[in-house]
Design a binder for this molecule. Structure first.
Ligand code: SF4
Length: 114
């Protein structure tokens, strides 16, 4: 198994993947006063690109990935990306950081599909 070692000889096994810079909150420590606008979606990494990055890092020994943003639940079809990422052999933990504002909407949508 390959190992990813940083310049201080620490083994890196954790990757945070930002799937969007957008957020529905405006926390002051996160939003600089000079904030102008979000990146256009055309500049975001595609799901194929995010999946490729994840595959490469898992091959290098990363075993934990956390999806972040901005608010990752604002990225359309994020569940589809999670499905793809969890199929990588060697990935032990797939997590998501959220501010929680979208969870009720997600729960309603999941309940409709069940
Ligand atoms: S990404 Fe997190 S810290 Fe930044 S504005 Fe949104 S909720 Fe606040």
């Amino acid at each position: 198994m390959a190992e990813l070692i940083d310049g201080c000889r620490r083994r890196i096994d954790y990757l945070r993947l930002s799937v969007t810079d957008r957020c529905d909150l405006r926390c002051t420590y996160c939003m600089p006063p000079e904030f102008d606008d979000y990146e256009p979606p055309a500049d975001w990494l595609s799901f194929d690109e995010l999946d490729r990055v994840a595959r490469i890092f898992v091959a290098l020994g990363v075993s934990r990935i956390r999806l972040t943003g901005g608010e990752p639940l604002l990225r359309g079809r994020i569940a589809e990306l999670a499905q793809r990422l969890k199929s990588h052999a060697g990935l032990r933990d797939l997590a998501l950081s959220t501010n929680g504002t979208q969870l009720a909407r997600w729960a309603r949508n999941c309940a409709k599909r069940a």
